[in-house]
Design a protein around this ligand. Structure first.
Ligand SMILES: NC(=O)C1=CN([C@@H]2O[C@H](COP(=O)(O)OP(=O)(O)OC[C@H]3O[C@@H](n4cnc5c(N)ncnc54)[C@H](O)[C@@H]3O)[C@@H](O)[C@H]2O)C=CC1
Ligand SMILES: N[C@@H](CC=O)C(=O)O
Ligand code: NA
Length: 434
C-alpha cells in the first residue's frame, strides 16, 4: 500500500526519539498499520547526534516541511506558542494532518486550531501532549466514552515529580535535581513551566475538555508550583499519614468546574501516592466504570515518541475517511461542547487543608487560632503541636475538614495578624481522592 509520508519539525529530545523509533520499529509498525510510515523530511535548525537521519531530506526552514506537497502528516515538535501556532495553522491550510506533543499550543490555541482543522477536514492529534507516553487521551476519549466523568486528578508533570521524589528520598538539592531533569530531556525549554505548574495546567486544561466536553480554558486554571514545598512539610505530612504530590485536579460541581494545579496532601495508601520519579498517573472517575488510573512515563524521548507515533498511525488509518466519521478532537462533537460551563474561581473551591504555623510558645495561642477558624465555620480534624526546648517558637500543624477557599484566606490573614504568630502560615490543600 502507498506509504504515509511524515514531515518532522524540530529534532530535539522528542523529534529525535520519534525518528529513531519510527526507523527502528518500522517493520512492526507496518504490520499494524498495513502501510509503511516514512520520514520524508525533517525541519531542524541543526543536526542531532542522538539521531541517525541518513537518507532523510533535511531542511533548516521548518516551513519547507509544511509547504512540501509530498507530505501527508506534519509532526510539530518545536514547542512554544507563536511559531508553532503559525506552523500548525499553515500545515492545516495546506491540507496536512498534524501530530503535536505541544500542550502549551493545544491548551492556549487549541480552540482556534481545531476549528481550522474542521474547516479543512484534517486531523490534529496530540496524545503526547498529556502525560507523555501514557495513552490517556485515547483512554478517556475512546475508552471511557460511555461515562459521565465526574472528576480526574493526576500527577502530570514528570520533571516536578522527579524533583520531589529525589528531594524526599535522597535529600537532594532542588536546583541540582532540576539540572539533572533538564539533562535527561524531561524539562520544558523554560523549566519554570515545570516548576511553577504552568505545564501541568496546560495538560489539565486539555484533560478537562476531553473529560467534560468543555472548550479549552487555560486562562481560568488556578496554578501553584512546587518551589515552596519544604522538607519540614514533607516530614509533617508523612507523620500524619500523607504524601505531598503536585496534582492537577478537575472536578464537576453544581457551582461550576474546578480546574486547579497545586501541591496536595494525599493519603499514603492511595495507588497514586506511590507514583514516583518521572512517572505520571491520571485517575479518572467515570459514573459507569468507577475509578480508573492511567500510569507510565510522563516525559523522555522514546516514551513521548511512543505517543507521537501512535497518533501518526491513527492518522494513517483514518486519513481517507470523512471528518465526521473520526473521533472529535476534544472527544465531544463541536456542537455539543458546553460553552456555558464556567470554571469555578479558586475562592469558591472547597477542600480540606494542612496549615503550618510558627508560634511563640505561650498558653492561649492555639485557642486563639482555633477560635478564628471556628468563627469562619472551619472545623479542625487534627492538631500537632511540636515541643522545641531550644526555641521559644513552636511549629503547630493543623488539618481541617472541608472549607471554602475564600473563608480559609480570611482565616489565614487573621491568624497571621496575631502577635504570637511569627511567620506566614503555610497552607497545603488535602484531597482524599476516593
Ligand atoms: N521532552 C519531553 O519529555 C516531552 C516534551 N513534550 C513537548 O514536545 C515538544 C518538544 O519538546 P522537546 O523535544 O523536549 O524540546 P527540545 O528543546 O529538545 O526540542 C525542540 C527542538 O526544536 C527546535 N526548534 C525550535 N524552534 C525551531 C524553529 N523555528 N526551526 C527549527 N527548529 C526549531 C529546537 O532547536 C530544538 O532542537 C514541546 O512542545 C514539549 O512540550 C511533550 C511531552 C514530553
Ligand atoms: N516537561 C514535561 C514534559 C512532558 O510533558 C514534564 O516534565 O512532564
Ligand atoms: Na499521552
Amino acid at each position: 500500500m502507498k506509504p504515509v509520508k511524515v514531515g518532522v519539525c524540530g529534532l530535539g529530545t522528542v523529534g529525535s526519539g520519534t525518528v529513531n523509533v519510527l526507523r527502528r520499529n518500522a517493520e512492526e509498525i507496518t504490520r499494524r498499520t498495513g502501510r509503511p510510515i516514512i520520514v520524508e523530511q525533517i525541519g531542524a535548525r541543526r543536526d542531532n547526534p542522538d539521531c541517525d537521519t541518513t537518507g532523510i531530506n533535511i531542511t533548516r526552514d521548518i516551513f519547507d516541511v509544511v509547504n512540501n506537497p509530498e507530505i501527508d502528516v506534519v509532526v510539530e515538535l518545536i514547542g512554544g506558542y507563536d511559531i508553532a501556532r503559525e506552523l500548525v495553522l499553515k500545515a492545516i491550510e495546506n491540507g496536512k494532518h498534524v501530530v503535536t506533543a505541544n500542550k502549551a499550543l493545544i491548551a492556549v490555541h487549541g480552540n482556534e486550531i481545531f476549528a481550522a482543522a474542521r474547516e479543512q477536514g484534517v486531523v490534529v492529534a496530540y496524545e503526547a501532549a498529556v502525560a507523555g507516553g501514557i495513552p490517556v487521551i485515547k483512554g478517556i476519549r475512546e475508552g471511557l466514552t460511555a461515562n459521565k466523568i465526574n472528576w480526574l486528578a493526576g500527577i502530570i508533570n514528570g520533571t516536578g515529580n522527579y524533583i520531589m521524589t529525589q528531594m524526599r528520598d535522597y535529600g537532594r538539592d532542588f536546583a541540582d535535581v532540576l539540572q539533572e531533569a533538564q539533562e535527561l530531556g524531561y524539562a520544558e525549554a523554560d523549566p519554570t513551566f515545570d516548576v511553577e505548574g504552568i505545564d501541568a495546567a496546560h495538560k489539565l486544561t486539555i484533560l478537562s475538555s476531553v473529560a467534560f466536553g468543555i472548550p479549552l480554558q487555560f486562562d481560568k486554571a488556578y496554578t501553584e508550583g512546587i518551589s515552596k514545598i519544604t522538607p519540614l512539610d514533607i516530614e509533617q505530612a508523612d507523620e500524619l499519614g500523607y504524601i505531598i504530590k503536585h496534582l492537577g485536579i478537575a472536578r464537576r460541581t453544581d457551582k461550576g468546574v474546578e480546574l486547579r494545579v497545586h501541591p496536595t496532601l494525599i493519603p499514603k495508601d492511595r495507588l497514586i501516592a506511590n507514583v514516583h520519579g518521572v512517572l505520571n498517573a491520571v485517575m479518572v472517575q467515570g459514573d459507569a466504570v468507577g475509578p480508573t488510573m492511567y500510569y507510565g512515563p510522563g516525559a523522555g524521548a522514546e516514551p513521548t515518541a511512543s505517543s507521537v507515533i501512535a497518533d501518526i498511525v491513527d492518522v494513517a488509518r483514518t486519513m481517507n475517511t470523512e471528518y465526521g466519521e473520526r473521533v472529535p478532537p476534544l472527544a465531544f462533537t463541536e456542537e455539543s461542547l458546553d460553552e456555558d460551563s464556567g470554571i469555578l474561581p479558586m475562592e469558591d473551591v472547597e477542600t480540606a487543608y494542612y496549615l503550618r504555623l510558627h508560634a511563640v510558645d505561650r498558653p492561649g495561642v492555639l485557642a486563639r487560632v482555633a477560635s478564628i477558624l471556628s468563627e469562619k465555620g472551619i472545623s479542625i480534624e487534627a492538631i500537632i503541636q511540636k515541643e522545641d526546648k531550644e526555641s521559644e517558637m513552636v511549629p503547630i500543624i493543623l488539618l481541617t475538614h472541608n472549607a471554602q477557599e475564600k473563608l480559609m484566606n480570611e482565616a489565614i490573614r487573621e491568624i497571621e495578624s496575631l502577635v504570637d504568630i511569627c511567620s506566614e502560615v503555610v497552607r497545603i490543600r488535602v484531597e482524599s481522592l476516593d
